[in-house]
Design a protein around this ligand. Structure first.
Ligand SMILES: [Zn+2]
Ligand SMILES: [Zn+2]
Ligand SMILES: [Zn+2]
Length: 144
């Protein structure tokens, strides 16, 4: 069953991850938390209530959040990198609406059997995979 997870989870503890709890880091996470679609670094920066530091600092923090698994970076069809807040702490995928750009997170993978087949036919030991699924969201379908 595909179950979109939309309930916002708690803001991850910056301190628990060994990061200093700066207003800027909290602001970045807040912006991503309230967005229903992936945002570019510039969009995140402009949505922050205070811009004391520049876009490069925001970008560095985002890279750190990606390492922690709080945020994922994705390339759109325009090849621009965008960031999305991940709520799940384990392996998951994202679905993007091709019409409105809204994105939801699905807490299931579902392709493990195909990967096992791929391992058998290729001889590779598969260590990870990324999968970004595109479609038309229920709202856009209703408006069609
Ligand atoms: Zn994610
Ligand atoms: Zn849509
Ligand atoms: Zn998967």
């Amino acid at each position: 069953m595909t179950k979109p997870r939309q309930a916002p989870s708690q803001t991850p503890s910056l301190r628990a991850a060994g990061m200093r709890q700066t207003p800027q880091r909290e602001a970045i996470l807040r912006v991503l938390q309230s967005a229903d679609r992936p945002l570019t670094v510039d969009e995140i920066w402009s949505a922050m209530d205070q811009q004391r530091s520049g876009v490069p600092t925001v970008y560095r923090n985002l890279e750190r959040f990606v390492q922690e698994g709080w945020v994922e970076s994705l390339f759109g069809q325009d090849q621009v990198m965008r960031f999305v807040r991940c709520h799940s702490t384990h392996h998951h995928h994202h679905l993007s609406c091709e019409q409105c750009g809204r994105m939801v997170e699905v807490d299931i993978c579902g392709i493990e059997p195909s990967l096992a087949g791929m391992e058998q036919s290729s001889g590779f030991r598969i260590t990870r995979h990324e999968l970004h699924v595109f479609g038309i969201c229920p709202d856009c379908q209703a408006a069609e």
